[in-house]
Design a binder for this molecule. Structure first.
Ligand SMILES: O=C(O)CCC(=O)C(=O)O
Ligand SMILES: [Fe+2]
Length: 359
């Protein structure tokens, strides 16, 4: 458990202005310097193809447990992990009340005065805490977003005294949401194990710690098409489960060199394969790059739950057949996370550092 608290000591941060406050400044009063840090020159480099949004796979958790449909739905899940790295999960069993409560409280939290939110963030000193940008390199553009993250699971890895106590029921709604999502992540991992024909025990230790991050993307009236709420990245997790709190188009996933906007169904959670699952499957399941664009007038709000092994765990590629070529190194979770959060990626994806050199 003390190992788990070391998670928060990784990475590089840069103190930045609160974007919500920046966005509230009248356009005429914004200085070039303030906005310049956010302008992304490559934003239009690749096409955006909204026509493919409807193809993002939808997986029904109920159908994975029903004897009649289990085979077909497992095949769909395998296809989703292999071909998309992303899927919408419906019939996921997280009660409506819990979703409504977390939605209500996160919205209220971001409406609190800046100094109140800052006080919570400063207490925490967290690596991706509110008012701090997490950067991978000096020349990286900043994201048009404010983020607030917390360790939520297992109970011994968290310190609830860091959790915001406003709005009044917030701690309670975070606790309920995160414990449901932890169970859900374990169950999704078990179904994923089934798609790989491996013992579910082999994934049980991959989902031990949960970090949740609330992502607030203010509108950008000045130049929405020039900034990103979240720069292109893949997740350093094993699995990630995302809920849109205020559902405004923004999330786009990379597919065949283009960007596909994701349009979440009203009752869906969005699940994606993280880097560690890519490593474990020897690259069969892909941790796909994604980004978030910004709306001119509407705010967007989401909560990501990242599921990772324990800090001193390892992930090794599992092979389907003895002839299969090993493409990834056995990776220490701590080392991988350090690399993922470091400035030393040299333009490569973090996953590529976990690959064995190809000769
Ligand atoms: O807000 C979103 O839709 C995406 C957030 C995301 O990619 C992340 O938290 O890693
Ligand atoms: Fe992400």
């Amino acid at each position: 458990s003390d190992g788990d608290s070391r998670w928060s000591k990784l990475g590089t941060t840069l103190p930045v202005r609160n974007v919500q406050a920046l966005a509230a400044v009248a356009a005429g009063e914004l200085t070039g310097d303030a906005i310049e840090r956010y302008i992304q020159p490559d934003i239009d480099a690749d096409a955006v193809i909204p026509a493919h949004s409807d193809e993002v796979p939808v997986i029904d958790l109920g159908r994975l447990t029903d004897a009649e449909s289990v085979e077909a739905e497992t095949a769909k899940l395998r296809f989703a992990c292999e071909e998309w790295g992303f899927f919408q999960l419906v019939n996921h069993g997280v009660p409506d009340e819990i979703i409504l409560a977390i939605r209500r409280d996160i919205e209220k939290f971001f409406q609190l005065p800046l100094d109140v939110k800052n006080a919570y963030a400063q207490r925490q000193g967290d690596l991706q805490g509110y008012g701090q940008a997490f950067i991978l390199s000096h020349d990286q553009k900043l994201d048009w977003a404010d983020m607030f993250g917390l360790y939520t699971q297992p109970p011994q890895a968290r310190d609830m005294s860091f959790w915001p106590s406003q709005p009044p029921m917030f701690r309670n709604s975070i606790e309920e949401y995160s414990s449901k999502l932890m169970k859900l992540a374990r169950s999704v991992a078990t179904f994923i194990a089934k798609t790989l024909d491996i013992d579910p025990e082999l994934v049980a230790d991959k989902i031990v710690v949960q970090y949740v991050r609330m992502n607030y993307y203010p509108p950008c009236t000045l130049m929405p098409e020039k900034v990103l709420g979240f720069s292109p990245h893949s997740d350093g997790s094993f699995l990630t489960i995302l809920l849109e709190i205020i559902s405004v188009q923004g999330l786009q996933i990379r597919r065949h060199g283009a960007w596909i906007p994701v349009k979440p169904l009203a009752n869906a959670l969005l699940v994606n394969v993280g880097d560690l699952l890519e490593i474990m499957t020897n690259g069969k399941y892909k941790s796909i790059e994604h980004r978030v664009t910004i709306n001119a007038h509407k705010e967007r709000l989401s909560i990501s739950a990242f599921h990772v092994p324990k800090y001193d765990g390892i992930v090794s590629p599992l092979l389907g057949t003895t002839e299969e070529k090993v493409l990834y190194k056995t990776t220490k979770v701590e080392e991988y996370s350090r690399l993922y959060l470091s400035k030393k990626l040299d333009g490569k994806r973090a996953q590529d550092h976990a690959k064995l050199s190809q000769t």
